[in-house]
Design a protein around this ligand. Structure first.
Ligand code: AMP
Length: 219
């Protein structure tokens, strides 16, 4: 299965992608994680992207598209994957379609929109924490670490993402409405768009996602 997870920040895309990875081995390519990893390593592309990320705007299409397509290139043609956070503009979506077709890869099967209210987003993002060491994601209420403030996986210190501050969240939501929401129509026109409620608890959201994927005979 080849999926795209759409939906605003805080809708649960990353959490659901990691649950699919655990159960079905579906590789998750999360554009934000890939950029943060490049930044931690001090790669030029990470440094270039940082100025956009810290103020909540989008990294230029060419930069992120090249980065994601390079990663996709490393996957086998039959490998199941979830794209989490890419594409975020129509230009990125078109570039992805062209690339998949040229490489003889199968097309994207379904695009899942995680639909959630803004009020809930702001609450969710305020509790989100990431590990400074390995980038793993937690939530103070919904997905707390075993030891408060520290990563289960590597013991690194947990902190808020710099772009989860309230004023940056507002900017990211405005960017989402302006640049990413038009993709809903783009994929609806391709007959691929499906909706999963984004404001459910993690387990119920996962159930809803699995039901959908089963109904589509993708799992
Ligand atoms: P995320 O972790 O998905 O919320 O992404 C964090 C930040 O990385 C975004 O606010 C953007 O600055 C940048 N970013 C991630 N994915 C993309 C994308 N597909 N296009 C442009 N910028 C992106």
């Amino acid at each position: 299965m080849r999926l795209i997870f759409l939906g605003p920040p805080g809708a649960g895309k990353g959490t659901q992608a990691s649950l699919l990875l655990q159960r079905y081995g579906t590789v998750s390519l999360a554009s934000g994680d890939i950029l943060r990893e490049a930044l931690r390593r001090g790669d030029p592309i990470g440094r270039q992207a940082h100025q956009y990320m810290e103020n909540g705007s989008l990294v230029p299409d060419e930069v992120i598209t090249e980065l994601i397509l390079q990663r996709l290139e490393t996957l086998g043609k039959e490998q199941s994957f979830v794209l989490d956070g890419f594409p975020r503009t129509e230009a990125q979506a078109r570039a992805l379609d062209v690339w998949l077709e040229r490489r003889g890869h199968k097309r994207i099967d379904r695009v899942v929109d995680f639909d959630i209210s803004e009020e809930k987003i702001v609450r969710r993002l305020a509790g989100r924490r990431i590990c400074g060491g390995c980038g793993a994601s937690y939530h103070t209420e919904n997905l707390p670490p075993h030891r408060e403030g520290f990563c289960n996986r590597c013991g690194g210190e947990l902190r808020m993402r710099e772009d989860d501050l309230p004023e940056t969240i507002r900017k990211r939501l405005a960017v989402y409405h302006r640049q990413t929401e038009p993709l809903l129509k783009f994929y609806r026109n391709q007959g691929k768009l499906r909706v999963v409620p984004g404001d459910l608890e993690i387990e119920s959201q996962y159930e809803a996602l699995l039901q959908l994927l089963k109904a589509e005979q993708l799992v």
